[in-house]
Design a binder for this molecule. Structure first.
Ligand code: NAP
Length: 300
């Protein structure tokens, strides 16, 4: 017989883990299903300076602490990928290893990396989406970071400690990133800013040797020799499950309001997968709490 839980949470990032804490404290049985990394994308962040009361904590430690809290309260976490969900009473969740049933479902599926869509992105060695994971491979070498948000600036700061030189390539001259990060990066001697610039092509046969760049103002085309390119050009929702449940819009985001309630009875949305203005750790955790309490009420 399929194992039953009051609440199944899909996604083990800050929203999902916070939801698990609230649901366990309310006495519900909880299963968290995470397909990749406990803590989600924040686990790759070198330093988190805007989570209240924890300035300077690494993303990995924050993820560990969030998981430890949910685990100590008795939430179960399985590293399994959800392949299918059948709505109903109860709901059925099919993963790559098991089939589970539950009364309420919380979608906390987060976001995935956006790519630049360049030829060779998938095949060339030297393309990365995670400075913390891969930065050490480029110790003493030359790298570039593409993007102008907090991830790009944090990645460039992290890489400037290990690489010989880092070039930050951003398509505009204004940054989306917090000014404090931009100021910190400007102080680094081994960092060059290439603004109003886009990557036109990746150079190299099996490994990246350089980038073909275009200045969007002058139209000038140049080449930059680098061993690694870290792409930090934002995120897009992991929307497939929500779309299959008919609770996502065409972009994959779930248009639930602050209540985290979706049009499907007993299905709740929390964190970055929810359509909203501000996607931060704090707002993901807040969603986790709201969604869990709504799911608990639904369970009765
Ligand atoms: P983001 O804020 O959406 O920034 C993406 C950047 O990539 C933007 O600068 C964007 O340029 C650029 N971009 C997008 N598509 C591009 C393309 N096709 N070609 C070239 N450039 C492109 O994404 P993020 O930096 O990953 O951050 C996501 C969220 O997580 C944000 O809310 C951020 O504040 C948060 N975050 C927080 C921390 C923290 O420590 N608290 C750390 C990392 C991230 P434009 O600016 O021109 O659109």
């Amino acid at each position: 017989m399929n194992e039953f839980f009051d609440i199944i949470i899909i996604g083990g990032g800050p929203a999902g883990l916070t939801a698990a804490v609230y649901a366990r404290r309310a006495g519900k049985s909880v299963l968290i299903l995470e397909k990749a990394t406990i803590g989600g994308q924040i686990a790759s962040s070198p330093k988190v300076d805007n989570f209240p009361a924890m300035p300077g904590i690494s993303g990995a430690e924050l993820a560990d602490r969030l998981y430890a809290q949910a685990d100590e309260l008795g939430a179960r976490l399985e590293l399994e990928e959800v392949l299918e969900i059948h709505d109903g009473t109860p709901k059925t969740v099919i993963t790559d290893y098991n089939t589970y049933t539950c009364t309420a479902l919380i979608l906390a599926t987060g976001m995935k990396h956006r790519s630049l869509g360049l030829e060779g992105e998938e095949t060339l060695a030297g393309i990365s989406y995670c400075a913390v994971c891969d930065g050490a491979f480029y110790a003493g070498r030359d790298t570039a970071v593409c993007g102008g948000g907090n991830t790009a600036l944090q990645d460039a700061l992290f890489l400037s400690d290990v690489c010989r030189h880092v070039t930050l390539i951003h398509r505009r001259s204004e940054f989306r990133a917090d000014p404090i990060l931009v100021d910190a990066l400007r102080k680094r001697d081994n960092v060059t800013f290439l603004l109003d610039t886009v990557v036109e092509a990746l150079l190299g046969d099996s490994a990246l040797t350089g980038l073909k760049l275009k200045n969007t103002v002058s139209g000038e085309i140049t080449e930059l020799a680098v061993n690694g390119l870290f792409q930090a050009v934002g995120q897009q929702p992991e929307g497939a499950l929500a779309q299959a449940l008919n609770v996502a819009d065409e972009t994959g985001f779930i248009p639930a309001d602050e209540s985290c309630v979706t049009p499907a009875a007993g299905v709740f949305a929390a964190g970055d997968c929810r359509a909203k203005e501000v996607r931060q750790l704090t707002t993901a955790c807040a969603d986790g709490a709201v969604a869990a309490l709504a799911a608990c009420r639904y369970c009765g």
